[in-house]
Design a protein around this ligand. Structure first.
Ligand SMILES: [Mn+2]
Length: 333
Protein backbone atom coordinates (compact mmCIF):
# COMPACT_ATOMS: atom_id res chain seq x y z
CA UNK A 1 0.00 0.00 0.00
CA UNK A 2 1.68 3.22 -1.16
CA UNK A 3 -0.41 5.58 0.95
CA UNK A 4 0.86 8.18 3.35
CA UNK A 5 0.58 6.32 6.68
CA UNK A 6 1.11 9.40 8.81
CA UNK A 7 -1.85 11.29 7.34
CA UNK A 8 -3.98 8.16 7.48
CA UNK A 9 -3.20 7.70 11.20
CA UNK A 10 -4.05 11.33 11.90
CA UNK A 11 -7.35 10.96 10.03
CA UNK A 12 -8.16 7.69 11.81
CA UNK A 13 -7.60 9.26 15.24
CA UNK A 14 -9.63 12.36 14.31
CA UNK A 15 -12.48 10.07 13.25
CA UNK A 16 -12.28 8.12 16.52
CA UNK A 17 -12.15 11.28 18.62
CA UNK A 18 -15.01 13.23 17.02
CA UNK A 19 -18.70 12.44 16.74
CA UNK A 20 -20.29 14.87 14.22
CA UNK A 21 -18.98 15.11 10.67
CA UNK A 22 -19.52 17.28 7.62
CA UNK A 23 -18.51 15.66 4.30
CA UNK A 24 -18.47 17.34 0.87
CA UNK A 25 -16.57 17.24 -2.41
CA UNK A 26 -16.23 19.82 -5.15
CA UNK A 27 -18.61 21.89 -7.29
CA UNK A 28 -19.81 20.27 -10.53
CA UNK A 29 -19.80 16.92 -8.69
CA UNK A 30 -18.41 13.96 -10.64
CA UNK A 31 -18.22 10.22 -10.09
CA UNK A 32 -15.13 10.45 -7.92
CA UNK A 33 -16.33 13.22 -5.61
CA UNK A 34 -19.74 11.55 -5.14
CA UNK A 35 -18.47 7.95 -4.94
CA UNK A 36 -15.78 8.91 -2.41
CA UNK A 37 -18.20 10.94 -0.28
CA UNK A 38 -20.72 8.08 -0.16
CA UNK A 39 -18.07 5.51 0.77
CA UNK A 40 -16.62 7.80 3.44
CA UNK A 41 -20.12 8.56 4.80
CA UNK A 42 -20.74 4.84 5.08
CA UNK A 43 -17.41 4.30 6.89
CA UNK A 44 -18.35 7.00 9.42
CA UNK A 45 -21.86 5.62 9.95
CA UNK A 46 -20.48 2.14 10.53
CA UNK A 47 -18.31 3.56 13.31
CA UNK A 48 -21.43 5.04 14.94
CA UNK A 49 -20.65 8.62 13.91
CA UNK A 50 -23.17 11.29 12.94
CA UNK A 51 -22.08 12.17 9.42
CA UNK A 52 -23.90 14.48 7.03
CA UNK A 53 -23.09 14.61 3.32
CA UNK A 54 -23.60 17.72 1.20
CA UNK A 55 -23.25 19.07 -2.31
CA UNK A 56 -23.88 22.62 -3.43
CA UNK A 57 -24.79 21.51 -6.95
CA UNK A 58 -27.18 18.77 -8.10
CA UNK A 59 -26.01 15.19 -8.63
CA UNK A 60 -25.61 14.45 -12.36
CA UNK A 61 -28.28 12.13 -13.79
CA UNK A 62 -25.81 9.25 -14.48
CA UNK A 63 -24.96 8.93 -10.76
CA UNK A 64 -28.49 8.92 -9.42
CA UNK A 65 -28.73 5.12 -9.49
CA UNK A 66 -26.33 4.84 -6.55
CA UNK A 67 -28.18 3.22 -3.64
CA UNK A 68 -27.35 5.79 -0.95
CA UNK A 69 -27.39 8.83 -3.25
CA UNK A 70 -30.29 10.38 -1.29
CA UNK A 71 -28.08 10.69 1.75
CA UNK A 72 -26.43 13.68 0.04
CA UNK A 73 -28.24 16.94 0.81
CA UNK A 74 -28.17 19.53 -2.00
CA UNK A 75 -28.07 22.98 -0.45
CA UNK A 76 -26.53 26.41 -1.12
CA UNK A 77 -25.36 26.79 2.51
CA UNK A 78 -25.07 24.60 5.60
CA UNK A 79 -25.81 26.08 9.03
CA UNK A 80 -24.66 24.81 12.40
CA UNK A 81 -21.33 23.43 13.53
CA UNK A 82 -19.53 20.10 13.33
CA UNK A 83 -16.70 18.48 15.24
CA UNK A 84 -14.98 17.68 11.99
CA UNK A 85 -15.29 18.61 8.31
CA UNK A 86 -13.84 16.29 5.69
CA UNK A 87 -13.39 18.00 2.32
CA UNK A 88 -12.70 15.85 -0.72
CA UNK A 89 -10.58 16.84 -3.72
CA UNK A 90 -11.06 20.59 -3.34
CA UNK A 91 -8.06 22.93 -3.55
CA UNK A 92 -9.77 25.31 -1.09
CA UNK A 93 -13.16 25.83 0.61
CA UNK A 94 -14.32 27.85 -2.44
CA UNK A 95 -13.93 24.78 -4.68
CA UNK A 96 -16.39 23.00 -2.35
CA UNK A 97 -18.73 25.98 -2.83
CA UNK A 98 -18.20 27.51 0.64
CA UNK A 99 -21.01 25.38 2.04
CA UNK A 100 -19.48 26.02 5.45
CA UNK A 101 -16.78 28.42 6.57
CA UNK A 102 -13.70 27.77 8.67
CA UNK A 103 -15.53 28.60 11.93
CA UNK A 104 -18.12 25.84 11.51
CA UNK A 105 -15.88 22.88 12.33
CA UNK A 106 -13.15 22.36 14.91
CA UNK A 107 -11.05 20.13 12.68
CA UNK A 108 -10.77 20.35 8.90
CA UNK A 109 -9.48 17.32 7.02
CA UNK A 110 -8.39 17.88 3.43
CA UNK A 111 -8.19 14.79 1.21
CA UNK A 112 -7.05 15.50 -2.35
CA UNK A 113 -5.31 13.78 -5.24
CA UNK A 114 -4.82 16.82 -7.48
CA UNK A 115 -1.51 18.55 -8.11
CA UNK A 116 -3.28 21.85 -7.35
CA UNK A 117 -4.08 20.92 -3.74
CA UNK A 118 -3.11 23.23 -0.90
CA UNK A 119 -2.62 22.67 2.84
CA UNK A 120 -5.82 24.37 3.98
CA UNK A 121 -6.78 21.64 6.47
CA UNK A 122 -5.62 20.86 9.99
CA UNK A 123 -4.89 17.45 8.54
CA UNK A 124 -3.90 17.26 4.87
CA UNK A 125 -3.79 13.94 3.08
CA UNK A 126 -2.51 15.00 -0.33
CA UNK A 127 -1.46 12.38 -2.84
CA UNK A 128 -1.04 13.49 -6.45
CA UNK A 129 0.08 9.93 -7.22
CA UNK A 130 -3.36 8.53 -6.32
CA UNK A 131 -5.65 7.90 -9.28
CA UNK A 132 -8.69 9.31 -7.51
CA UNK A 133 -9.93 10.42 -4.13
CA UNK A 134 -11.69 7.04 -4.10
CA UNK A 135 -8.23 5.45 -4.00
CA UNK A 136 -7.39 7.57 -0.94
CA UNK A 137 -10.64 6.56 0.82
CA UNK A 138 -9.86 2.95 -0.10
CA UNK A 139 -6.53 3.28 1.77
CA UNK A 140 -8.41 4.74 4.74
CA UNK A 141 -10.62 1.62 4.87
CA UNK A 142 -7.48 -0.54 4.68
CA UNK A 143 -5.66 1.53 7.31
CA UNK A 144 -8.61 1.27 9.70
CA UNK A 145 -8.85 -2.46 8.94
CA UNK A 146 -12.50 -2.17 7.93
CA UNK A 147 -13.75 -4.78 5.48
CA UNK A 148 -15.38 -3.07 2.48
CA UNK A 149 -19.06 -3.84 1.90
CA UNK A 150 -20.47 -4.39 -1.59
CA UNK A 151 -22.15 -0.94 -1.59
CA UNK A 152 -18.97 0.78 -0.43
CA UNK A 153 -16.97 -1.09 -3.07
CA UNK A 154 -19.43 0.04 -5.73
CA UNK A 155 -19.10 3.69 -4.68
CA UNK A 156 -15.31 3.49 -4.64
CA UNK A 157 -15.29 1.76 -8.01
CA UNK A 158 -17.40 4.56 -9.54
CA UNK A 159 -14.75 7.05 -8.42
CA UNK A 160 -11.93 4.89 -9.77
CA UNK A 161 -13.48 4.04 -13.13
CA UNK A 162 -14.62 7.59 -13.92
CA UNK A 163 -11.41 9.35 -12.84
CA UNK A 164 -9.21 6.92 -14.79
CA UNK A 165 -11.44 7.20 -17.89
CA UNK A 166 -12.28 3.49 -17.69
CA UNK A 167 -8.63 2.67 -16.89
CA UNK A 168 -7.29 4.52 -19.92
CA UNK A 169 -5.81 7.75 -18.54
CA UNK A 170 -2.20 8.19 -17.40
CA UNK A 171 -3.29 7.85 -13.73
CA UNK A 172 -4.11 4.16 -14.25
CA UNK A 173 -1.35 2.84 -12.00
CA UNK A 174 -0.64 -0.67 -10.75
CA UNK A 175 -2.14 0.45 -7.41
CA UNK A 176 -5.32 1.58 -9.16
CA UNK A 177 -5.60 -1.83 -10.80
CA UNK A 178 -4.94 -3.64 -7.50
CA UNK A 179 -7.67 -1.54 -5.92
CA UNK A 180 -10.04 -2.50 -8.76
CA UNK A 181 -9.25 -6.17 -8.11
CA UNK A 182 -10.08 -5.75 -4.39
CA UNK A 183 -13.35 -4.01 -5.21
CA UNK A 184 -14.37 -6.71 -7.68
CA UNK A 185 -13.62 -9.28 -4.97
CA UNK A 186 -15.86 -7.25 -2.66
CA UNK A 187 -18.76 -7.73 -5.08
CA UNK A 188 -18.53 -5.02 -7.76
CA UNK A 189 -19.73 -6.14 -11.20
CA UNK A 190 -17.80 -3.97 -13.69
CA UNK A 191 -20.24 -4.66 -16.56
CA UNK A 192 -23.19 -3.47 -14.46
CA UNK A 193 -21.41 -0.24 -13.58
CA UNK A 194 -20.42 0.26 -17.21
CA UNK A 195 -24.04 -0.03 -18.33
CA UNK A 196 -25.28 2.33 -15.64
CA UNK A 197 -22.67 5.02 -16.30
CA UNK A 198 -21.78 4.75 -19.95
CA UNK A 199 -24.70 3.08 -21.77
CA UNK A 200 -26.88 6.11 -21.12
CA UNK A 201 -27.13 7.93 -24.46
CA UNK A 202 -30.55 8.89 -25.77
CA UNK A 203 -31.67 8.10 -29.32
CA UNK A 204 -31.98 11.81 -30.19
CA UNK A 205 -28.46 12.58 -28.94
CA UNK A 206 -27.02 9.75 -31.08
CA UNK A 207 -28.98 11.03 -34.10
CA UNK A 208 -27.52 14.48 -33.50
CA UNK A 209 -24.05 12.92 -33.24
CA UNK A 210 -24.47 11.22 -36.62
CA UNK A 211 -25.45 14.54 -38.24
CA UNK A 212 -22.54 16.36 -36.59
CA UNK A 213 -20.05 13.64 -37.59
CA UNK A 214 -21.12 14.02 -41.22
CA UNK A 215 -19.49 17.49 -41.11
CA UNK A 216 -16.21 16.27 -39.58
CA UNK A 217 -13.19 17.60 -41.44
CA UNK A 218 -9.45 18.02 -40.98
CA UNK A 219 -7.14 20.84 -42.12
CA UNK A 220 -4.62 20.19 -44.89
CA UNK A 221 -1.79 19.34 -42.51
CA UNK A 222 -4.06 16.86 -40.76
CA UNK A 223 -3.46 18.33 -37.31
CA UNK A 224 -6.75 20.16 -36.67
CA UNK A 225 -10.14 18.45 -36.78
CA UNK A 226 -13.40 20.37 -36.69
CA UNK A 227 -17.09 19.78 -36.98
CA UNK A 228 -20.33 21.66 -36.48
CA UNK A 229 -23.79 21.52 -34.95
CA UNK A 230 -26.51 23.67 -36.53
CA UNK A 231 -30.06 24.60 -35.62
CA UNK A 232 -31.23 22.44 -38.53
CA UNK A 233 -29.56 19.45 -36.87
CA UNK A 234 -31.39 20.11 -33.60
CA UNK A 235 -34.66 20.20 -35.52
CA UNK A 236 -33.92 17.07 -37.58
CA UNK A 237 -32.77 14.99 -34.58
CA UNK A 238 -35.03 16.33 -31.85
CA UNK A 239 -31.93 16.91 -29.68
CA UNK A 240 -30.92 20.07 -27.84
CA UNK A 241 -27.72 21.87 -26.81
CA UNK A 242 -27.51 19.56 -23.76
CA UNK A 243 -26.88 16.67 -26.15
CA UNK A 244 -23.71 18.18 -27.64
CA UNK A 245 -21.42 17.60 -24.68
CA UNK A 246 -19.28 14.69 -25.93
CA UNK A 247 -19.34 15.50 -29.63
CA UNK A 248 -16.05 17.38 -29.70
CA UNK A 249 -14.18 14.38 -28.32
CA UNK A 250 -14.64 12.61 -31.67
CA UNK A 251 -12.20 15.11 -33.19
CA UNK A 252 -9.46 13.76 -30.94
CA UNK A 253 -10.02 10.11 -31.93
CA UNK A 254 -7.97 10.41 -35.13
CA UNK A 255 -4.19 9.94 -34.98
CA UNK A 256 -2.15 13.10 -35.46
CA UNK A 257 -4.87 15.52 -34.35
CA UNK A 258 -3.50 18.20 -32.04
CA UNK A 259 -6.52 20.51 -31.82
CA UNK A 260 -10.23 19.70 -32.10
CA UNK A 261 -12.86 22.41 -32.62
CA UNK A 262 -16.65 22.27 -32.42
CA UNK A 263 -18.66 25.12 -33.93
CA UNK A 264 -22.18 25.18 -32.54
CA UNK A 265 -25.04 27.49 -33.46
CA UNK A 266 -26.87 28.81 -30.46
CA UNK A 267 -30.41 27.44 -30.35
CA UNK A 268 -32.27 30.69 -30.88
CA UNK A 269 -29.80 32.78 -32.89
CA UNK A 270 -28.06 32.28 -36.22
CA UNK A 271 -25.67 35.10 -35.45
CA UNK A 272 -23.77 33.71 -32.51
CA UNK A 273 -21.59 30.61 -32.52
CA UNK A 274 -20.24 28.74 -29.52
CA UNK A 275 -16.77 27.41 -30.20
CA UNK A 276 -15.29 24.61 -28.09
CA UNK A 277 -11.65 23.53 -28.21
CA UNK A 278 -9.75 20.43 -27.18
CA UNK A 279 -6.03 19.87 -27.55
CA UNK A 280 -3.19 17.51 -26.77
CA UNK A 281 -0.06 18.14 -24.71
CA UNK A 282 1.49 21.60 -24.85
CA UNK A 283 -0.91 23.12 -27.37
CA UNK A 284 -2.67 25.76 -25.31
CA UNK A 285 -6.25 26.28 -26.49
CA UNK A 286 -7.01 28.41 -23.43
CA UNK A 287 -4.91 31.14 -25.12
CA UNK A 288 -6.83 30.57 -28.35
CA UNK A 289 -10.21 30.91 -26.61
CA UNK A 290 -9.03 34.05 -24.83
CA UNK A 291 -8.29 35.69 -28.19
CA UNK A 292 -12.05 35.59 -28.74
CA UNK A 293 -13.08 36.63 -25.25
CA UNK A 294 -13.44 33.11 -23.81
CA UNK A 295 -11.20 30.86 -21.73
CA UNK A 296 -10.83 27.56 -19.92
CA UNK A 297 -7.88 25.21 -19.45
CA UNK A 298 -4.81 24.45 -21.54
CA UNK A 299 -6.37 21.38 -23.15
CA UNK A 300 -10.09 22.32 -23.03
CA UNK A 301 -11.55 25.78 -23.56
CA UNK A 302 -14.33 27.67 -25.31
CA UNK A 303 -15.58 31.04 -26.52
CA UNK A 304 -18.48 32.68 -28.33
CA UNK A 305 -18.00 34.31 -31.73
CA UNK A 306 -20.47 36.73 -33.34
CA UNK A 307 -21.63 35.86 -36.85
CA UNK A 308 -22.41 32.69 -38.78
CA UNK A 309 -20.62 29.35 -38.54
CA UNK A 310 -18.92 30.10 -41.87
CA UNK A 311 -17.48 33.36 -40.58
CA UNK A 312 -16.53 31.80 -37.21
CA UNK A 313 -14.56 29.11 -39.05
CA UNK A 314 -12.82 31.76 -41.18
CA UNK A 315 -11.73 33.59 -38.03
CA UNK A 316 -10.86 30.72 -35.71
CA UNK A 317 -9.24 27.98 -37.84
CA UNK A 318 -6.35 30.16 -39.15
CA UNK A 319 -5.58 31.18 -35.55
CA UNK A 320 -5.46 27.52 -34.55
CA UNK A 321 -3.11 26.75 -37.46
CA UNK A 322 -0.88 29.65 -36.37
CA UNK A 323 -0.88 28.42 -32.77
CA UNK A 324 0.40 25.02 -33.88
CA UNK A 325 3.08 26.56 -36.08
CA UNK A 326 4.39 29.20 -33.71
CA UNK A 327 3.04 28.40 -30.24
CA UNK A 328 1.47 31.87 -30.24
CA UNK A 329 -2.20 32.72 -30.06
CA UNK A 330 -2.65 35.77 -32.31
CA UNK A 331 -5.43 37.03 -34.53
CA UNK A 332 -4.87 36.11 -38.17
CA UNK A 333 -6.54 38.40 -40.72
MN1 LIG B 1 -11.01 12.97 -8.56
Amino acid sequence: MPADKKSLSLIASAIKKHSTFFVAGHLKPDGDTIGSALALGSLLHRLGKKAKLFSKEPIPEYLRFLPSIRSITITPKVTGTFDCAIILESSALERMGNLIDSTQAKTFINIDHHATSTNFGHINYLDPGASSSAEQIFYLFKHMKLPISRAEAQNLYIGLVTDTGKFQHANTSPDAMLMAAHLIEAGVKPFEIYDKIYATKSLVSLKLLSLALSTLNVTEEGTIAYLEVTQDMYRASGASAMDTEDIINYCMMMPGIKIGILFREIENSKNEVKVSFRSRNRHDVNQLARLFGGGGHKNAAGCTVQGTIISAKKQVIPCAVKLLLTGLAVRVK
